[in-house]
Design a protein around this ligand. Structure first.
Ligand code: DP6
Length: 417
């Protein structure tokens, strides 16, 4: 190692997307290794809109491993961080960089790392930040330590940080195969199709206002495994069949089947939550109103116009087959949930151009929107019940960030910038 030759800091930066499951993971058969009770399928979202960026640095001058998340130092003592660090370190290889820094394989065990990570979306919004975060941590550490393992193996390490993180190792459509082995070696993610396969899909997320502190996924699913009889039936009987149908729907761009499966699976996941003792309520009245709006629209057209899915919180993730339907959906949503402070530009983030597709350029345009035909009481509007919308699309998997000015750690001090 070049440690004797002076103080140096070697760094790598990566960016990883978040993902949203269309066939949900809910329930573990092994808590420590994070092995699920069923397969799951997700779509990876565009990292420009929802992603984690992580810089990892190594230096002989670091006395311990440290991490900062969104600028705040956080503890790395948790088992999940420790598993990811241990598994990546085990696979570290010799490194020699262009500045002449050399690290031998066996030296990685003695060196400490500094990790700085930040999300380009509010952590408080409850949008699966742990999936992007752990995928990014594992991917970027792998780059720094010259880990040669394939993405399947990286996904099984990310899985030990947070189950859903294993699916953020790839772009496009991803399946997490539950696996059979007790050691988790076959519980890995595979890519079903990349982000170009079905690139007409448009994703609109309604970030729903909520004051309630939600039950974490980890403890919620533990309670479900212990108490819900429906969870067993779902994992053993329903999901295996649904996964096959979903794979087929994705392969053949069959939106009708994709949407029906996505909505049914979200609803069954929330039914399992309700079947848990004590029951867990992740959706709120706003979530229910959005479901009802979409269901009525889909029913009135006779075929699904848009799909919805909800994770462990009240936010709605709506998937439209194309921009036309996304724009129609947005008009209905903006009618029901006008912006609280009349500021349209901060009410739509991500791909704001969807507003022009919907013909809505100003708050006056929002006020002039007609009530959705399918609403029973058209006068009902719920200003303030949605905090904001994000318009996104399918996106690619983790990438190395080569522009050094985007690194989150100062290469001189080894501390967050
Ligand atoms: C509802 O991956 O957050 O989003 O493995 O305990 O970290 P842990 O749980 P996590 O659970 C995600 C649950 C879900 C469904 C899904 O993403 O498949």
């Amino acid at each position: 190692m070049a440690a004797e030759e002076g103080q140096w800091v070697l760094m790598a930066t990566g960016r990883s997307p978040t993902n949203i499951a269309v066939i949900k993971y809910w329930g573990k058969r092994d808590e420590a290794l994070i092995l699920p009770v069923n397969d799951s399928i997700s779509v990876t979202l565009d990292p420009d809109h929802l992603s984690a960026t992580t810089t990892v640095a190594v230096s002989p001058s670091f006395p311990s491993d440290r991490m900062w998340l969104n600028g705040q130092e956080i503890s790395l003592s948790g088992g999940r961080f420790q598993s990811c660090l241990r598994e990546i370190r085990k696979r570290a290889q010799d490194v020699e960089d262009e500045k002449g820094i050399r690290i031998k394989k066996e030296d990685w065990e003695k060196l400490h790392v500094h990790i700085a990570s930040y999300n380009n979306f509010p952590t408080a919004a409850g949008l699966a930040s742990s999936a992007a975060g752990f995928a990014c941590l594992v991917f970027t550490l792998g780059k720094l330590m010259n880990v040669k393992e394939d993405y399947g193996e990286l996904s099984s390490i990310a899985r030990q940080g947070s189950g859903s993180a294993c699916r953020s190792i790839y772009g496009g459509f991803v399946k997490w195969c539950m696996g059979k082995n007790d050691d988790g070696s076959d519980s890995i993610a595979v890519q079903l199709a990349d982000e170009t396969h079905w690139n007409d899909l448009v994703i609109i997320i309604a970030v729903v206002s909520s004051k309630q502190k939600e039950t974490s996924s980890t403890s919620g699913m533990r309670d479900s495994v212990e108490t819900s009889p429906l969870l067993q039936y779902r994992a053993q009987t329903v999901v295996p069949n649904r996964v096959l149908k979903m794979e087929e729907a994705i392969k053949s761009h069959n939106f009708e089947s994709f949407a029906k499966l996505t909505c049914a699976d979200s609803n069954q996941f929330h039914a399992v939550c309700l079947d848990t003792s004590p029951p867990i309520f992740y959706m709120n009245d706003t979530s229910h109103r959005i479901i009802s709006l979409v269901e009525k629209w889909n029913h009135s057209e006779g075929t699904p116009q848009v799909a919805y899915t909800f994770d462990a919180g009240p936010n709605a993730v709506l998937i439209a087959p194309n921009r036309k339907n996304a724009a129609l959906l947005l008009k209905k949503l903006l009618y029901c949930f006008p912006p609280q402070d009349n500021d349209l530009s901060s009410y739509m983030v991500g791909d704001k151009s969807i507003l022009s597709d919907a013909g809505v350029k100003s708050i006056e345009d929002v006020e002039a929107l007609p009530a959705p035909a399918e609403m029973k009481t058209p006068s009902q509007q719920f200003k303030g019940d949605v905090s904001y919308f994000i318009c996104s699309r399918l996106g690619a998997g983790p990438k190395v960030v080569t522009d050094e000015s985007l690194a989150l750690i100062d290469s001189f001090t080894g501390l967050p910038k």
